[in-house]
Design a protein around this ligand. Structure first.
Ligand code: FES
Ligand code: FES
Length: 167
């Protein structure tokens, strides 16, 4: 058995201290050691986006990061982001637009969509498609996902415009 390394990190607001094998990927650490199952394992080589989580507020692919690399870091999964209400608007839009079927891709989609909304609040439908192209979905055909994200962007723009008028 490989030598174990002790890591200490914050996961969804909780301090976690564990011994891990140096080769253990973050996604396996979350799912197998911590039993946090929201992020999924798809391709296991950085292509499908199913394993997306946040590491120190930045999106990463959990299958491309080693657990030992997260020592002294903050990790957030869909469970933590949901509990904080951070993705509530997007989650409601995905629900309203029926933008998920099996749900396997959805946690990664939500994190990527949140990043898009933060970085490109004026994104067109084509830009939404391009930004989301690193997240694969085998069920929905993507149309409803783009609709859901476009709805959130439109609602944000409307709110921003009315706040601007009120000033
Ligand atoms: S499982 Fe990590 S990108 Fe596909
Ligand atoms: S909803 Fe099934 S893979 Fe996207």
């Amino acid at each position: 058995m490989a030598e174990l390394t002790t890591i200490r990190l914050n996961v969804n607001g909780h301090t976690v201290i564990r011994d891990v094998e140096p080769r253990t990927h973050l996604i396996d650490f979350l799912r197998d050691s911590l039993q946090i199952k929201g992020a999924r394992v798809g391709c296991e080589h950085g292509v499908c986006g199913a394993c997306t989580v946040r590491l120190n507020d930045k999106m990463v692919r959990g299958c491309l990061v080693l657990a030992v690399q997260t020592d002294n870091s903050r990790v957030e999964t869909i469970e933590g982001a949901s509990d904080r209400g951070d993705l509530a608007e997007l989650q409601a839009a995905f629900h309203a637009r029926n933008a998920l079927q099996c749900g396997f891709c959805t946690t990664g989609m939500l994190f990527t969509a949140a990043e898009l909304i933060a970085l490109q609040p004026d994104a067109t439908r084509d830009e939404i498609r391009k930004f989301m192209s690193g997240n694969y979905c085998r069920c929905t055909g993507y149309q409803a996902i783009v609709d859901a994200i476009a709805d959130v962007l439109a609602a944000r723009a409307k709110q921003h415009a009315s706040e601007h008028r009120a000033c």
